[in-house]
Write a protein that binds this ligand. Structure first.
Ligand code: NAD
Length: 264
């Protein structure tokens, strides 16, 4: 194979369907000659992920629920047997109770706070520890975050607090793994209509607001985020680690509503 990812193999967690950000990244890697292993969460998603894996000749690496560590170990035991080493790991996983992605942050329950942190934050560190063992010749790890970590976004609530912790994890992991030439970065993606996003209150309003006010006057696609992922997973970004890279049509630099923005 030729391309930026030729000779590289890795695992991508978080494909639920063909609208998933993880799928945009998987396609970009495959297009550049990389070999991908995909996990899925449960049998319901297996049916959706199986044909997608076939489309890009990806390995179906099995069921993985990050709240069940045994399923992570099983996937990595299989990967070690199959490939021995890996070069990249993508974490595109987030979860919070839909009922708490609306209203006030102050009403977050202890249970959902813990669950949101476990699945959306700790899982990156937990899987990174397994991935490190297989990155014997260096590597690149990538997670997905959102501007709600930096600024308060309506309804994002506990997920914003989790993303802030995830972004801090990226920096700590980058320092832990740098001596092994393993890089750790995040993409802060602009809003995209995915399964996970449909749980966030008034999401259509957020999309429109971004479209009208981002410097590029449009929202981003999974293919565009995929290309940024390609850069961060390939050797093009070999000097970059601990970074949170915005792929949001520039929205994060804006301080006020655009003068030409229509009312929503
Ligand atoms: P998605 O619904 O397609 O993907 C979310 C994935 O998380 C699914 O594949 C789901 O199976 C997985 N997941 C949830 N709980 C899990 C668990 N316990 N174990 C294993 N997997 C689990 O939605 P998406 O928008 O592509 O989300 C991917 C990532 O991108 C998330 O971290 C999300 O917060 C982030 N993100 C999304 C947006 C957006 O607007 N869509 C913007 C910025 C960041």
């Amino acid at each position: 194979a030729t391309g930026l990812m030729a000779g590289k193999r890795g695992i991508i967690m978080g494909v639920a369907n063909n609208r998933s950000i993880a799928w945009g990244i998987a396609k970009a890697i495959h297009d550049q000659g990389g070999e991908v292993a995909l996990t899925y969460q449960g049998d319901a998603l297996k049916k959706r992920v199986e044909p997608l894996a076939a489309e890009i000749n990806a390995v179906l690496a099995g069921h993985c629920d990050v709240s069940d560590e045994a399923t992570i170990d099983a996937v990595f035991a299989d990967l070690e047997k199959r490939w021995g080493k890996i070069d990249f790991f993508v974490h595109a996983i987030g979860f919070s109770d839909k009922d708490e992605l609306t209203g006030r942050y102050i009403d977050t329950s202890a249970d959902n706070f813990a669950k949101t942190m476990q699945i959306s934050v700790y899982s990156f560190t937990s899987v990174a520890r397994r991935a490190e063992k297989l990155m014997t010749e260096g590597g690149s790890m990538l997670t997905l975050t959102y501007y709600g970590a930096e600024k308060v976004m309506p309804n994002y609530n506990v997920m914003g607090v989790a993303k802030a912790a995830l972004e801090a994890s990226v920096k700590y992991l980058a320092v832990d793994l740098g001596p092994k030439n393993i890089r750790v970065n995040a993409i802060s993606a602009g809003p995209i209509k995915t399964l996970a996003a449909s749980g966030i209150g008034d999401f259509r309003y957020i999309l429109k607001w971004n479209e009208y006010n981002a410097p590029l006057r449009r929202t981003v696609t999974i293919e565009e985020v995929g290309d940024v992922g390609l850069y961060l997973l390939s050797d093009l970004s070999r000097s970059v680690t601990g970074e949170v890279h915005h792929a949001d049509s520039g929205y994060h630099v804006v301080g006020m509503k655009a003068v030409d923005a229509p009312d929503i």
